[in-house]
Design a protein around this ligand. Sequence first.
Ligand code: APR
Length: 233
Amino acid sequence: MKKQIVVLSGAGMSEESGISTFRDNNGLWNSYDVMQVAHIDSWYVNQNLILQFYNDRRRQLASVSPNIGHQIIAELEKDFNVVVITQNIDNLHERAGTSHIIHLHGELTKACSSKDRNKRHVIDIGYNDILPGDLSVDGSQLRPFIVWFGEDVPEIEKAFIAISKADIIIVVGTSMRVYPAASLIHYAHADAVIYLIDPAEINVSIINDVEVIRKKASEGLAFLKKQFYKKYF
Ligand code: APR
């Protein structure tokens, strides 16, 4: 029976592809006010600013590629069952070939209705802009298919179930500062093996019994891949 690996990835996973994180020194939240561009309340007052913020990030995404870390995770599917639960809105896990991905905070290459939270009328827009006046089928202004602060996280149930079934959990590139994503680790079953990959010192007191690998994602994942093939094959 193949071992079940769950990867919980954050912005650090895409840092080596050239996409900045949020809370590092050169992070996005140092140049933008998160409340202005990533909070639902702001959507009602700052739509053009928000549309431009995500248009800029979508254009950048068109010009970057998955890094070795994304590729290693995709390659693990040869001998393991792999589910990636990502806080990232980029499509780099998909482009590296990972088949099972749960996007907790939405997807940059999709847009949806801004009227109805239930019938989201989600559409693929690739790397195109969303402009003021671009309408959803329900006549509302199209918005980025992103989970903003102040909104619920529709995929969280699916993520709880996935992580509760994991034999191996790899937490990579996340500061574990945003909930409910950060609480997922508490749903690991008692004998799941947990690894955390991050070049910085992360407060892991919320996770009992975790092996910390103080490396960047690509290096840490290459190290772990070697470990797994020694240990399980
Ligand atoms: N490899 C691995 N980890 C890295 C790398 C790298 N090359 N570079 C940076 N990191 C680590 C940082 O040390 C930090 O711990 O990645 C983490 C990034 O943390 P954040 O910037 O807080 O990103 P993240 O945890 O994904 O943020 C969660 O916050 O603003 C919201 O919705 C946004 O999804 C995001 C959520």
